[in-house]
Design a protein around this ligand. Sequence first.
Ligand code: MG
Length: 459
Amino acid sequence: MFHTNQRRHANVLTAIAIGCLLVMALPAIAAADRPPNFVILFADDLGYGDLGCYGHPTIRTPQLDCMAAEGMRFTQFYVAAAVCTPSRAALMTGRLPTRSGMYGDKPRVLYPDSIDGMSPDEITIAEVLKARGYATACVGKWHLGHKPPSLPTDQGFDSYFGIPYSNDMKPCPLMRNEEVIEEPAVQETLTQRYTTEAVRFVREQKDKPFFLYLAYTFPHVPLFASDRFKGTSARGLYGDTVEEIDWSVGEVLQTLRDLKLAENTLVFFTSDNGPWLIKKQDGGSAGLLRDGKGSTWEGGMREPALAWWPGRIRAGTISGELASTLDLLQTCAALAGADAPKDRPLDGYDITPVLNGSGPSPREMMYYYWGDVLMAVRKGPWKLHFITHTGYSREEPVVHDPPLLFQLEHDPSESYDVAANHPDIVAEILRTVEEHRANSKPAPSRLEGRRESLLKKKE
Ligand code: MG
């Protein structure tokens, strides 16, 4: 009896001791077990030269400048296409648009009368993270298909609030999940309402890992700002919309700080393509880069890009490493301990070494496609153009034979063709391109299907 009680007593003590250890150990275990949150902030048609921290003289972007000061600012970061739909498909899937079929020449992007959207067989960042237990939300412009099975809620997002295609396409509806809730969308308040949704999502999901994709509608033309920002920027209405986005980014970052999530959240900010130059003062600026949206000159595809993760990314870093929206899926998957798709070719890399400063970028190449045509290719600092075309020009594209060669780190504005001086480099890039072509046969375009009635009406 005594013996049994003694043992029971000892067992109780042991249980209490283990309990205390568990309680003491819990926060550490929880922190180690909990993968990081991800927030991707995506502007529309914002140029390389449109932020204060990228040298714009009159657009004020204190929040984004602060994000750069507390994190990393990229100077050689690319999207995979110079227009919306293919660029977004590449970000979501980590694949060139030619692989997902989300490319086209005519049309270049999806329209309200498009029949198809992104295939549900594509695996998005949201799906990769959802399989790892993440809560996922898409807020803002989607533009990868406005009908099932291509809506955000079909492609790995638990919820959706935003416009399904560009804000100049009529009628531009506002949707919640699969339902249209406003048509046409009241655009003046879109950035405000996106921000409210985004902040609410972060607050609601603060206790588990989450992925927020917040794709702003602006500064895509037509430009709208709320009363609070309208008429306030020295840069005019374009500046108002960028400054409102800047405010919104600040709200998201402050929410993360307030909830003590900053040190467990990677926030990435960039834009889908370069500035829409034919809109003149309503379009942005690519700074010292040549041309803009719709062109495979640098201004069309090199973007402002900021990465923020206090404690993990060294504050005030400026990175000249090559990186791309194509890399976000692989990077998020690696950091989350999730599985990137293995049954299909991917075109991205895990750029964690760039973010944590432990090594160079694994990316050496960038391919510049227009539709399914390979227009140019970058290898290291060298860029070879086979065909050039000014964005939205009515003039025919210019074929270069022999191709043009630019050393982008010496000549970021692509002014001086040095092909004649470097035949060895041209030959080396041509060999790499041959390999690439052999492994990258384009899938059929999913953009070409349009509703027949509407096509007839236009004829
Ligand atoms: Mg765009």
